[in-house]
Design a protein around this ligand. Sequence first.
Ligand SMILES: [Zn+2]
Length: 142
Amino acid sequence: MEMETIRTFDNYFSANITLTKLHAAGVECYLKDEYTVTIDPILTNAIGGIKLIVKMEDAELVKKLLAEYDEAYLKSATCPRCGNNSFAYVSKPGVANVVTAIFTWIFSSYAVAPDYVYQCGDCGFESERLPETYTEPTYHPN
Ligand SMILES: [Zn+2]
């Protein structure tokens, strides 16, 4: 069976949230290198992160689903600087992926420069991680 890496993650949580959503949508998929990355984060760049693997025939569907998840996710984030919901996931210009990975690996630095950042479309605020949205959990006592 032909399998395809549809996306890579740099952390266990994002990878598993996405995996759970796809499973709920009935998509067959699994994570590769999940444990390596979790145990030794320094290897994340060297091995290319946690890989989300899907069947080739599901690739188009999964891409569509991931785009929907991303959009919903971005819309849910509020910019801590200007308060708007205009985040986009943009690539940083001038970052050589392979060189960065090797450099990081050689010097054993945990300060890994991300290739992509979340950027506010209104004020230009940049963040490696999407700011959390805090919604009060609804608690219904019996
Ligand atoms: Zn902003």
